[in-house]
Design a protein around this ligand. Structure first.
Ligand code: AHG
Ligand code: MN
Ligand code: MN
Length: 341
């Protein structure tokens, strides 16, 4: 079971939590803590605008199409610009990569550079913005592998997920929550808007081994292969780890669907589909969506797979590589892997 936070007067802030973990880890340096601190500041600025979205002129599209071929929403663009602006001056990054940018984002010469690489989905679930449904920011942190006196190479960024030194997300929901891991468990914080601080809500979050909820866009069933359709359908009957029908929930924002899966258990799936009959593929992006969520899932005792391989072991071939994703409770994910064989 996840550990509940202390009563309000004893609650600890995310900054205190980071410093505590930094002290406990002999290799940790202040620069990693600085990175998370600046990321949190950017997230608070995004949260401020997301919660006022209906009041400001921030709803709707910019009229542009991003590198993924999708409409860019004004808030996508805003969140992306905030993150790049704040994080390029943090002094600890040597590069960034965003869902919204085709190429690696270099740190301008005017700023100090460091060892870390930040990869992010600035606003996840952006098709839900206009209807006031949860969205989020997802992040993944890597350490460069090439020597620091050389230019950062694409191979520094294209590392498998198990190399992440940190990962997490901020969920802009009824309350704003930060969930992160640095490889020492998963911890969840809630933004108290009255003091502007993220306060610890749950430490050492653990995903139940078997859940009661399955989550998938079942409208895509006619684009799936037969085994995928049978695997999804198995959650409606009794041939599944629970031995009884699961409830179905699907928000359509990965951050929200994953957050529920993390806390309640069950499985979230975005299978490979044949929307393009010649090029079957998954939709979710390996580096800025699947890999960070998979590190969180494993740190919480869960599992993440593309149906055959552990997500964290997949070596990305491009910055915007996509993968099928099956993530959540260990028994539910293993069940689907067995069905896909
Ligand atoms: P983004 O808004 O960053 O492009 O991500 C959208 C993703 C993800 O949040 C969600 O799980 C998935 O798209 C939903 O896709 P469908 O609408 O195809 O179900
Ligand atoms: Mn996304
Ligand atoms: Mn996005």
């Amino acid at each position: 079971m996840s550990e509940q936070a202390a009563p309000q007067h004893r609650q600890i802030t995310v900054t205190e939590h980071l410093l505590l973990h930094q002290k406990q880890s002999p290799t940790a340096t202040g620069s990693f803590t600085q990175l998370l601190y600046d990321l949190i500041l950017a997230a608070k600025l995004i949260a401020r605008n997301v919660t006022k979205a209906g009041l400001l002129d921030v709803l709707g599209g910019t009229g542009e199409i991003n590198v993924q071929g999708e409409d860019v929403q004004k808030l996508d663009d805003y969140a992306n610009r905030i993150l790049i602006h704040r994080l390029q001056r943090t002094g600890v990054l040597c590069a960034m990569a965003s869902e919204e940018n085709a190429d690696v984002i270099n740190i301008p010469d005017a700023f100090r550079r460091g060892e870390y690489i930040l990869i992010f989905d600035p606003l996840d679930g952006s098709s839900n913005i206009d209807v006031n449904i949860n969205v989020g920011t997802i992040f993944s942190i890597l350490r460069r592998i090439s020597p620091s006196d050389q230019d950062v190479a694409l191979s520094d960024v294209l590392q498998p997920g198990y190399k992440q030194v940190g990962a997490g997300y901020v969920l802009y929901g009824p309350s704003t929550m930060l969930v992160y891991t640095t490889g020492q468990g998963v911890h969840a914080f809630t933004l108290d808007p009255s003091v502007g601080e993220f306060l610890l809500s749950l430490s050492n979050v653990k995903i139940p081994e078997t859940g009661k909820i399955y989550s998938v866009n079942e409208g895509n069933v006619s684009y799936w292969d037969e085994k995928t359709a049978l695997a999804a359908a198995s959650f409606k009957g009794s041939d599944n780890p629970r031995g009884a029908p699961y409830s179905h929930r699907y928000v359509g924002s990965l951050v929200a669907d994953f957050h529920r899966t993390l806390l309640k258990g069950g499985i979230f799936m975005y299978p490979m589909d044949y929307k393009d009959p010649d090029h079957p593929k998954g939709k979710l992006r390996l580096m800025c969506e699947a890999a960070p969520m998979s590190l969180l899932a494993e740190q919480a005792g869960g599992m993440a797979s593309d149906g055959r391989r552990r997500i964290l072991e997949i070596i990305p071939d491009t910055l915007h590589a996509r993968v099928p994703l099956y993530i959540g409770s260990k028994n539910d994910v293993q069940h689907v892997i067995n069905k896909l064989k």
